[in-house]
Ligand binder design. Structure first.
Ligand SMILES: C[S@@+](CC[C@H](N)C(=O)[O-])C[C@H]1O[C@@H](n2cnc3c(N)ncnc32)[C@H](O)[C@@H]1O
Length: 312
């Protein structure tokens, strides 16, 4: 099979594949009050000069933040999956061996407003280190503002009283930047990277970019759409034995599986994810065709791959 046949057919590029689109999107959120709840405390209604600003404002509950694929319940379904008694990294995991392990580290790729991490911490009881990255500095500004608000409101807006300490939001371009050498990519992660990596809508956005890069593995520097390089980039950031949860509306479940389990250009058979599980969504029927609007596939990185050799 040629490499061109080994991945699904590309999507038509759109503005959702550009950084300008996302900068404007999050700037709009920052200007239009997406960072605090509408109903309380943030306006100086009594005229007592006690107007609350910035981090003093009451943030919305994480479940009320804007989140992609909310219409099909994807944020709630992914949270339920990650906190189930059967998912090995879940705080509720029932281990037959009785073995306790360190709280898993979590990386959210294309974090947007950071809502997935706030929900995992405040409702899902994931207590380990968390990093949310996005190439839009406006997204990072939005997520940091919300984080400061959760920190200052402490337990008042949550059901757990958990702290948002140890959640960082950083500007990072998944395609063009290397995680190695970033301040957040440090020895505390242990070998290979994060225990759990999340992507909701980010591979979708990257698949809508018309940008191409020269394939480092090809002798004639063949130009490839950036989504073709994405699975290998993500593989580098997951610890061997760790998990990746991808949620997409642009690709079917079978296409998501194909993208992340296909050998990358110039790579070896060992440099791919294996499928761990998938989340089920309601199936709709249109014109005799059965379809599913959103797919969430959980992958596992094999314990030892060639890309880990010689890495931290
Ligand atoms: C559809 S939004 C999803 C946001 C968030 N994950 C959610 O579920 O609400 C896609 C996100 O990917 C980010 N993104 C797109 N390309 C990126 C890249 N190359 N590196 C980092 N972030 C990227 C965008 O800025 C945007 O925040």
């Amino acid at each position: 099979m040629s490499l061109e046949q080994s991945h699904p057919v590309h999507l038509e590029p759109s503005e959702l594949g550009t950084k300008e689109y996302w900068d404007e999107y999050y700037q709009n959120d920052l200007e239009n009050g997406a960072v605090h709840s509408d109903d309380e405390g943030d306006a100086d209604v009594e005229g007592d000069g006690d107007e609350k600003t910035g981090s003093q404002q009451q943030p919305p509950d994480p479940s009320e933040l804007d989140s992609w694929f909310d219409d099909v319940g994807a944020p709630a379904k992914t949270l339920a999956f990650l906190t189930s008694t059967t998912f090995p990294l879940s705080p509720n995991y029932v281990s037959l061996s009785g073995h306790t392990r360190q709280a898993p580290s979590v990386l959210d790729l294309g974090t947007g407003n950071g809502g997935a991490l706030f929900a995992l911490r405040l409702h899902g009881h994931y207590t380990g280190r968390m990093v949310g990255v996005d190439y839009s500095s406006k997204s990072v500004e939005l997520a940091r503002t919300l984080c400061a608000q959760y920190a200052s409101s402490a337990s008042s807006a949550t059901d757990s009283g958990s702290s948002v300490d140890n959640i960082a939001f950083e500007v990072f371009d998944i395609i063009h930047d290397s995680p190695h050498g970033q301040p957040w990519w440090d020895a505390s992660l242990g070998p290979g990277g994060f225990d759990l990596v999340l992507d909701k809508g980010t591979f979708d956005a990257i698949s809508l970019s018309s940008a191409t890069v020269a394939d480092p593995a090809s002798s004639n520097r063949h130009q490839r759409r950036i989504c073709e390089l994405y699975p290998a980039k993500v593989l580098q950031m997951v610890k061997p034995g760790g998990y990746l949860l991808v949620t997409s509306c642009n690709w079917t479940e079978a296409e998501v599986v194909a993208w992340f389990t296909t050998r990358p250009p110039g790579g070896s058979e060992n440099e791919v994810f294996e499928v761990y599980d998938a989340i089920k969504y309601p199936v709709f029927e249109f014109g005799g065709q059965k379809g599913q609007g959103v797919a969430s596939v959980c992958f596992r990185k094999p314990q030892r791959t060639e890309t880990d050799q010689g890495r931290m």
